[in-house]
Write a protein that binds this ligand. Structure first.
Ligand SMILES: *Cc1c(COP(=O)(O)O)cnc(C)c1O
Length: 395
């Protein structure tokens, strides 16, 4: 290999309809290419403040401690867990997919005594079973995933929050895929700690993890007997940088902050309600199209996420071959099944800027071609027609 011979970057044009990253909004890419300035520059501090306020508006919270961790969604998970949990603390984690499993792992590594309650993949937890588990475990923290990206299940939070708050337990919510796609109400539901990521429904590249802590959670954190095990994610230290003191902690990823700033502006330009309604409409159109092809959903009826469509791969259709042809021939990326759903499910994302009629129609017509080639029987053109009927009905 000759040194210095790497070719210039030339990423292919893709349509990102997987479980993330999703299509990045052009305004976000433009914002990210603006000049890098110092992380303590007065202008940058203004950008941080404004971004922080937009994050509060999106999380629907007044929480002072609302900020963006400089890393991906998993770091948001890690940040909330390691700050809330001290070694030996009982923690209850709800597991019905990959990300609940990850949360249980993170909490175990933080020294928590973790009890898991399980539901089959694709199903959601009821307030009743949560109530029983909480009585039994008496946890300090209850962790739950609102939008389980591995199954497409939409976990309602409001009732569960009520059950959690009948005790002293703190409620920790994974909103990585939820935020920007479906309503998230941190204050109304009294969520104590929540985290998200930029590359799902925020139409941004991966790189930041918005988080928010309630005052109740902060009280618990500020009364810890032990130091937070992670220096980088310690809220005591981060608070000094994001608060008025602006004490140097780490060098913020300036241009990533520009990206998230613009992404939030894009969401509020559209309006939150309109943004959620768009996600629902494109989901309905995709669902109608897939049904015309005889393809059904893996998540429980009535609890299907608009932005992550986990669907059964039809019998006789080649999983990897079809996904690879979508990518090679059409530039469309969709996701494979994980864990229990490996080889059984495709995950079709309609997240943020990727949730567009153009993507739904493009994907359905490409899929029809590939299914026809493999001898799958359906009425040609029916999926696009069914999707268009959904759009026509709401025009
Ligand atoms: C993607 C995702 C994560 C992890 O986020 P990364 O940005 O990949 O680190 C956590 N939870 C859920 C529900 C996710 O979809």
């Amino acid at each position: 290999m000759v040194m210095g011979n790497a070719p210039p970057l030339n990423p292919p044009v893709r349509t990102l309809m997987g479980p993330g990253p999703s299509d990045v909004h052009p305004r976000v890419l433009q914002a990210m290419s603006k000049g890098t300035i110092g992380h303590l520059d007065p202008y940058y501090l203004q950008v941080m403040d404004r971004m922080q306020q937009m994050l509060r508006d999106l999380f629907r919270t007044q929480n002072r401690m609302t900020l963006a961790i400089s890393a991906t969604g998993s770091a948001g998970m890690e940040a909330t867990v390691v700050n809330l949990v001290e070694p030996g603390d009982p923690v209850l984690v709800c597991v019905n997919g990959v990300f609940g499993m990850r949360m249980a792992d993170v909490a175990t590594r933080a020294g928590a005594v973790v009890t898991q309650i399980q539901r089959p993949w694709g199903q959601v937890f009821t307030a009743d079973e949560m109530h029983q588990a909480i009585e039994r475990v008496k946890p300090k923290v209850v962790g739950i995933v609102m939008a389980e990206t591995s199954t497409g299940a939409w976990q309602p939070i409001e009732e569960i929050a009520r059950v959690v708050h009948q005790t002293d337990a703190l409620l920790l919510v994974d909103a990585v895929t939820a935020l920007g796609g479906i309503p998230v109400e941190v204050d109304a539901w009294q969520v104590d700690a929540i985290y998200a990521g930029t590359q799902k429904c925020l139409s941004c590249p991966p790189g930041l993890a918005p988080v928010s802590f309630s005052d109740r959670a902060l009280e618990v954190i500020f009364q810890r007997k032990t130091k937070v095990q992670s220096w980088y994610l310690d809220i005591h230290l981060l608070a000094n940088y994001w608060g008025t003191d602006r004490v140097y902690h780490h060098t913020a990823p300036i241009n990533m902050t520009y990206g998230l700033y613009e992404a939030l502006r894009v969401i509020f330009d559209e309006g939150l309600e309109a943004c959620f309604a768009r996600h629902v409409q494109n989901h309905r159109a995709l669902r109608a199209g897939l049904e015309a092809l005889g393809i059904g959903y893996a998540a429980q009826e009535g609890h299907q996420l608009p932005m992550l469509n986990a669907v059964w791969i039809p019998d006789g259709v080649d999983d990897a071959g079809t996904r690879s042809a979508l990518l090679q021939r059409f530039g469309i990326e969709i996701g494979a099944g994980l864990g229990d759903f490996k080889g059984k499910v495709w995950r079709i994302g309609l997240m943020g800027y990727a949730s567009r009629a153009a993507n739904v129609l493009f994907f359905l017509s490409a899929l029809e071609q590939l299914l026809a080639e493999q001898g799958h029987r359906f009425q040609h053109g029916s999926s696009v027609a069914a999707a268009n009927a959904v759009y026509a009905a709401s025009a």
